[in-house]
Design a protein around this ligand. Sequence first.
Ligand SMILES: [Zn+2]
Length: 237
Amino acid sequence: MKIPSPSAAEREDLALANRMLAQQGVLDGYGHVSARCLDVPECYLIGDRTPPGNVRANNIHPWTLDDEPAGHTHPTYTERFIHGQIYRARPDVGGIVHCHAPELIPYGAAGIPLRPIYHMAGFQGEEPVPVFEIRDEFGPDTDMLIRTMPQGQSLARSLGDRAIVLMRGHGATIAASSVRQAVYFALYAVMNARILTQTLLLGGKPTYINANEGRNVASVMRDASRTWDYLAAQVAD
Ligand SMILES: [Zn+2]
């Protein structure tokens, strides 16, 4: 297999994505962001074990879709199998975020459907976000982390063709066409969950974004450039 040679811009975008999502509270000491390699689509870039808020371009290395190092000996996160197995299952995906954002947890653990109430989250689609239940295939005695390739493949099946899958009691994984779009999806998925929770606590009956509205919003926000530019300025070195 060809070893990727990621450009400085690819590494820098991914480093910025990590720091932006940490600064926004979507990631903390845990969670990770990856990007499919532009020159070798059978590989992806991800940080070493550095906390997301501290990731710089020199912390980023390529991995294969078997979640093995591509031409190096650096470590990465335990849950790397999330990334390789979604890139393998979804050729359309170019960027992935895995987070433990607390705002999303009730919707994966309490049987409350997560749907878009906020136009910025229209990309989620009208139907409730799918929920991955690790016990279904791996029994009641896991530590809930995605530690193996079969667990990563199971998560990818739960995601299906959607942009986000909730992970019961754990967090969520977001898949997008690029790392920039993945940042935007992750940020607004968390905001949407916060707004929906507030609405339900107020006793309101939500009117959700329908499929056409969601598609229209997603189409005009595809590159997320304004969000990206704004957040990049806040985490610049
Ligand atoms: Zn996790």
